[in-house]
Design a protein around this ligand. Structure first.
Ligand code: MG
Length: 417
């Protein structure tokens, strides 16, 4: 097949492979949904793809169970071009093949990109697109800077290949759409599994050009990559240095002075006192003669905080995410819900700023437990305790709370990009 460049710019589509489970990141969310500077990595990657003007479509291939989360991210942050989330296959190659099938007609070049490379410079995408348009297939690569040895399984050096022949190959890898589709179909029929798309295309008999990649086009695989990515983003934004580094999992404090995008949410919850249940509020078991009735542990305070956070992100309410008709949530510790809500809010591109909550009840006294409640909430949300307030009031004997029939809770939460 002769693939010469026609006298026009190509129409391009990105297929983003987002199959990873993130086991190396020690995170409970797949790494592509981890927040990098307040935005899911997948969203950052997709935005960088859509910013290339030749791009008419973005397709994300990911495990079926992650599709609702990805769709929620893209519906709250629409891209410049249509984005489709398609179920991946049993390996990357099958996933990319599914993604390619979703690419619309009239697309000349497909760029296949890793979901966890959010920092690929525009000029690398352009170089690889231009080279593929001209030659059929192209990948970005970096010459090896370290000596690379072939090593035996027992850990002995076997061979030192000449360094000038060694390149680290990155993504996006770009191909004429038809060439890639045919190579992937043939590989599926004949049972060939390549380590990347370019190896499949080469196996199918087409040469692959290498263009210059970029060192900052890192693949976020380990926790160290996350720190590095954050530093690179800060450098791009002109913030420089490590001053914005947050503690532990890297969630820094919300930078109000930066004039970011903020949202506020409120949450309310009510539970009745009954005999024979523990009283749990703010994740703290409080000695009392009654407890609160409910499907879960009936922690009205945490439920109100959850609803405030979900409300701020316009993600519905706790009943929608954890319906009380589902036996899976029976008797659940509400700290679980709060952590899950944090993950949903962060996956939608937000980070939690602060929470202020008020309990309304006649008895028992809350003040002795307020600090433990704040610590629990701050811990679940990954924020400083100073950003969490818990207070309580009686209702002077008025209304149901005042008559000791139950407890209500109110919360407000601020979230920020
Ligand atoms: Mg409730």
């Amino acid at each position: 097949m002769i693939l010469s460049k026609e006298n026009r710019t190509p129409r391009a589509a990105f297929v983003i492979a987002a199959g990873g489970t993130g086991t190396r990141m020690n995170a409970s969310v797949p790494k592509q949904f981890l927040a990098l500077d307040g935005k899911p990595i997948l969203l950052r990657t997709a935005e960088s793809c859509a910013a290339l003007e030749e791009v008419a479509q973005v397709v994300v291939a990911l495990p079926p169970e992650h599709i609702p989360q990805a769709e929620a991210v893209f519906s709250s942050h629409p891209l410049r071009v249509p984005v489709a989330c398609v179920p991946g296959g049993e390996n990357r190659q099958a996933s990319v093949r599914n993604g390619c099938r979703r690419v619309g007609p009239g697309v000349d070049v497909i760029l296949v990109h890793d979901a966890v490379r959010p920092l690929c410079p525009r000029e690398v995408m352009r170089r690889v697109l231009d080279a593929a348009w001209e030659k059929g297939a192209a990948v970005p690569g970096l010459p090896a800077t370290e000596t690379i040895q072939r090593v035996s399984r027992s850990g002995r050096v076997l061979k030192t290949p000449p360094r000038e022949e060694l390149y680290a190959i990155q993504t996006p890898q770009a191909f004429h759409a038809k060439l890639l589709a045919e190579a992937l179909d043939r590989a599926a029929r004949e049972g060939f599994l390549g380590t990347d798309e370019s190896s499949v295309v080469r196996w199918a008999g087409h040469p692959v050009a290498v263009v210059e990649g970029a060192p900052e086009n890192i693949k976020i695989t380990r926790p160290l990559d996350m720190r590095l990515a954050r530093l690179l983003l800060q450098a791009r934004a002109g913030r420089g240095g490590a001053s914005g580094e947050g503690p532990g999992d890297g969630q820094g404090e919300v930078d109000m002075a930066a004039g970011g995008d903020w949202r506020i949410g409120q949450g309310l919850d009510y539970h009745r006192f009954v005999e024979g249940r523990k009283l749990i509020l703010g994740g703290v078991e409080i000695p009392f003669e009654k407890g609160l009735d409910g499907h879960s542990d009936a922690d009205a305070l945490l439920h109100a905080v959850c609803d405030a956070l979900l409300g701020a992100a316009a993600l519905g309410d706790i009943g929608r995410h954890f319906p009380d008709t589902d036996p899976a949530w029976r008797g659940r510790d509400s700290m679980f819900f709060l952590k899950a809500v944090r993950e949903k809010v962060e996956a939608a591109g937000w980070r939690v700023g602060n929470v202020d909550a008020t309990l309304l009840l006649q008895r028992p006294k809350i003040a002795p437990h307020a600090e433990a409640m704040r610590r629990n909430i701050a811990g679940a949300l990954g924020i400083d305790m100073r950003a969490v307030s818990v207070k309580a009031t009686t209702t002077e004997g008025m209304n149901a709370e005042g008559r000791g029939e139950g407890v209500s809770a109110q919360a407000v939460a601020l979230i920020c990009r």
